[in-house]
Design a protein around this ligand. Sequence first.
Ligand SMILES: [Zn+2]
Length: 160
Amino acid sequence: MTKLSPNFSLEELTHSDTAAVHGIDNAPPAGSVEHLRLATLAVYLEKVRRILGGRAIRIHDAYRCPRVNALVGGVPHSAHTEGFAADFDVAGQTPYETAMLLDAAAHRGELVFDQLILEQLPAPTWVHIGRRLHSEDNPPRLQRLTKAAGGAYLDGIVKP
Ligand SMILES: [Zn+2]
């Protein structure tokens, strides 16, 4: 196991059930940009974990190679393919509670994200948090969205 941070390993951030089923190696090559970004994603997730009270975070899906991303129906150029996003849930919290805690932390200026998405109504099972490369001209959007039952995105974190 390759630890990237105290609580997150490379294996956790590159695991994919879909990749396993299709016999695809989902790990980005060592030394690739995506591989390096997973180390920064792990550090970022440590911060998320602290904000959520130090509870265990279960990663459903973080890095996706382009093939796996297509197989799971991810949007092209998804932050997952860049090593910038994670879908997760938290022990002892509903995904709605998790999303609201992260939303509040962003309001307090303690957390920056590009997109925070509660997925999906009517019974959410995880939260997506995504970053992106940002600059003065390309700031993080701090978007809060909820994925509806049909796959449409609603503005804000919507209570199930
Ligand atoms: Zn996601």
